[in-house]
Design a protein around this ligand. Structure first.
Ligand SMILES: C[S@@+](CC[C@H](N)C(=O)[O-])C[C@H]1O[C@@H](n2cnc3c(N)ncnc32)[C@H](O)[C@@H]1O
Length: 320
C-alpha cells in the first residue's frame, strides 16, 4: 500500500472517561493538580497553535529554522526506507520538513491524544502528500506504545519536537524516553528541547501580552464544563506561570481568586482563596544536561544543533 490514509486507530479508553477520572483524581490531591495532557481537546490544540504564532513564543520558529537549516544532514542520519513515528504530533507542521527531505518514507505514524484535531490535520496532510502511507494513532504516549509493525520492518524513527519532553520531571522524562527507545526497536529519535536562558525571556513566553497562554490554561476549566458538566467560572481563576530557577522550569498554575466550591461528575471540590492548582511544568535544559538524560534512557546521543542565541536545541539520538 503506497498511497493511502490507513484507518485512524484509537488506543485506550474514550478521552472523556480518562479526563473525568484524571481531573477528579488530581483535584482530590493536596496540593491540587491537573495533568497537562488534558489541555489538549480540539479547542486546546487550536489554542496551542495560536501560541506557536505568538511573538514571545520563540520555541516554534526557532525549532522550525533549525529543522530547515539542517534538513539535509538530518535526512542523512535518518537514512531511507523508514517509518517516522511522531509523538504528540500536534498540527503536523514540522514533520513536513522531514517529509520533504527524507528519501523513501515507508509510512508516517502521527500519534496524539487530541483525537478530533488529529483527525482534521491528518486529512490536510493526506491531501498534500497523496503518496504517503499515513497511520494516525489517537493514543496517550504515557501508556503502552505498541505499534503494528509494517511488512519488512523498516527502521523506525521517532520524532518528538516542541520540547514536550520538558513537561515531565527529569525521572519521568528518562522513563518516557526509555519507553520510546524500546518502541523504536533500534532506530533513532529526533527530539526538540528548549534550553535554559534569561528568566525574563522564559517568563514572557508563557505570559504573552495577548493572553493566549492564559486562555489555553483556562481551557482546562472550559473543557470540564463542556465535557463533564462542571460549574467552573474561568474568570474566578487566574493564570500564573512563574519561572523556578532552582528547578530550571516554568511552572503553570490556575489560582482560585476566591473561596469557591465546584461540582464535577457529582463530586464536590473546595478551593480556598489564592489556592493554586498546578497545571504544567516546562523544564529547560542545557545541551549537555539533556544528552546526559538521554544516555540514562538508553540512547547514544549523536548530533545536536542549536541556534546562534542558544534558545532551542535539536538532538539526534540513536537507540542502543
Ligand atoms: C507542546 S505540544 C507540541 C505539538 C507539536 N509536536 C509541535 O512541536 O508543535 C504537545 C503535543 O503533544 C500532545 N500530547 C500531550 N500529551 C500527550 C500524551 N500524553 N499523549 C499523546 N499526545 C500528547 C498534545 O496534544 C500536543 O499536540
Amino acid at each position: 500500500m503506497d498511497t493511502s490514509l490507513a484507518r485512524l486507530s484509537h488506543a485506550g479508553p474514550a478521552p472523556h472517561e480518562t479526563f473525568s477520572h484524571g481531573l477528579t483524581a488530581g483535584l482530590a490531591k493536596t496540593p491540587k493538580e491537573i495533568a497537562c495532557k488534558y489541555f489538549y481537546d480540539e479547542a486546546g490544540s487550536h489554542l496551542f497553535e495560536r501560541i506557536c504564532g505568538l511573538p514571545e513564543y520563540y520555541q516554534t520558529h526557532t525549532e522550525m529554522a533549525l529543522l530547515y537549516r539542517h534538513a539535509a544532514e538530518i535526512a542523512q542520519l535518518i537514512g531511507d526506507d523508514v517509518e517516522i513515528v511522531e509523538f504528540g504530533a500536534g498540527s503536523l507542521r514540522k514533520v513536513r520538513i522531514l517529509l520533504d527531505a527524507v528519501a523513501n518514507i515507508r509510512a508516517y505514524t502521527p500519534l496524539d491524544i487530541s483525537g478530533d484535531y488529529l483527525t482534521d490535520v491528518v486529512q490536510i496532510l493526506a491531501a498534500n502528500y497523496p503518496a504517503l502511507l499515513l497511520r494516525p494513532l489517537i493514543a496517550d504516549f504515557t501508556g503502552p506504545l505498541d505499534m503494528v509493525p509494517l511488512p519488512g520492518n523498516p527502521r523506525r524513527i521517532g520524532f518528538f519536537p516542541g520540547s514536550t519532553i520538558g513537561n515531565f520531571k527529569p525521572a519521568a522524562a528518562i522513563a518516557l524516553l526509555g519507553r520510546m527507545r524500546a518502541s523504536l526497536e533500534g532506530g533513532g529519535l529526533l527530539i526538540g528541547v528548549d534550553l535554559a536562558k534569561d528568566p525574563a525571556r522564559l517568563h514572557a513566553a508563557y505570559n504573552d501580552s495577548a493572553g493566549v497562554t492564559a486562555q489555553f490554561n483556562k481551557n482546562l476549566l472550559v473543557r470540564a464544563n463542556r465535557e463533564l458538566g462542571a460549574n467552573f467560572d474561568p474568570n474566578a481563576f487566574a493564570h500564573y506561570a512563574p519561572y523556578n530557577p532552582t528547578e530550571h522550569r516554568i511552572e503553570m498554575y490556575l489560582v482560585s481568586l476566591k473561596r469557591q466550591s465546584i461540582t464535577i461528575c457529582g463530586k464536590h471540590f473546595d478551593f480556598a482563596a489564592d489556592e493554586p492548582v498546578h497545571t504544567e511544568d516546562s523544564h529547560k535544559y542545557t545541551i549537555e544536561s539533556f544528552r546526559e538524560m538521554a544516555t540514562h534512557a538508553g540512547f547514544n546521543p549523536r548530533a545536536a544543533w542549536t541556534d546562534q542565541e542558544r534558545l532551542f536545541s535539536m538532538h539526534w539520538l540513536e537507540a542502543r
